[in-house]
Design a protein around this ligand. Structure first.
Ligand SMILES: *Cc1c(COP(=O)(O)O)cnc(C)c1O
Length: 223
């Protein structure tokens, strides 16, 4: 078990989100906290569930498969987000387990997810990941590709694209990246923006985030 006060952490993150929202003249209800539970065991996640948290993020399909089917059977209203890169050979597993996939970032994956969703009889909500810093090692579309890709996913594949997601470069101020994502979402006519992590979610809320992904701020440092 953990001695991290998860209940207190969640309250404090939600209070900071609400304050940032009010400062930005936004409705706090429009911002959802995704508690990033990657690397943490089911017993630790259970504490967050007992505290009332229902939206969680995992970055690996296999790790999530080991923890979440049992937790979801006890808490059926959980919304599980995939926030890590997805290989096409895991599409069917991802579609079966996750309620939201935030890392759609290429044509081949879109086609593979569309097929998996047809076989499954339903598609998770999808965010298109944008590589706002154009980093070579990072997943995501280049900013100039986003609008065309979103239109193609919607019209040709009939996919439920709900928003954009980005992970700004670790060594740069995040605000310009958040602002760019906001601008791209407006151009692509998307209403949700997944941006902001433990170190910068208040900045992200100021710049229009609707989904913030907070790991260590909820669960404490990862091993
Ligand atoms: C791990 C992770 C987070 C959470 O990071 P923290 O700094 O612990 O809040 C958010 N988003 C993604 C994509 C991650 O992989």
């Amino acid at each position: 078990m953990t001695d991290i006060p998860i209940n207190e952490n969640i309250k404090s993150v939600l209070a900071r989100i609400a304050k940032a929202a009010k400062d930005a003249e936004r409705d706090p209800q429009d911002i959802s906290l995704t508690a990033v539970s990657k690397t943490f065991p089911a017993e630790t996640i259970e504490l967050a569930l007992q505290a009332g948290q229902r939206v969680f993020g995992e970055n690996r399909v296999q790790e999530a498969q080991g923890k979440w089917p049992a937790l979801k059977s006890v808490y059926p209203d959980v919304r599980l987000h995939l926030i890590g890169s997805l290989q096409t050979n895991k599409s069917a597993d991802a579609v079966a387990l996750f309620d939201v996939i935030e890392t759609l970032d290429r044509e081949k994956l879109a086609k593979s997810l569309a097929k998996a969703a047809a076989d499954h009889g339903g598609c998770p909500d999808l965010f298109v990941q944008v590589n706002t810093g154009e980093e070579a090692q990072k997943g995501g579309l280049a900013p100039y590709e986003v609008v065309g890709f979103v239109d193609w996913c919607r019209s040709d594949l009939n996919m439920p694209i709900v928003g954009l997601m980005a992970i700004p470069p670790a060594d740069e101020p995040p605000a310009p990246h958040f602002a760019l994502l906001f601008e791209l979402a407006a151009k692509a006519k998307l209403s949700r923006l997944s941006m902001g992590m433990s170190g910068d979610y208040e900045t992200a809320v100021h710049l229009g985030a609707t989904d913030v992904r907070v790991g260590s701020g909820v669960f404490g440092p990862r091993g």
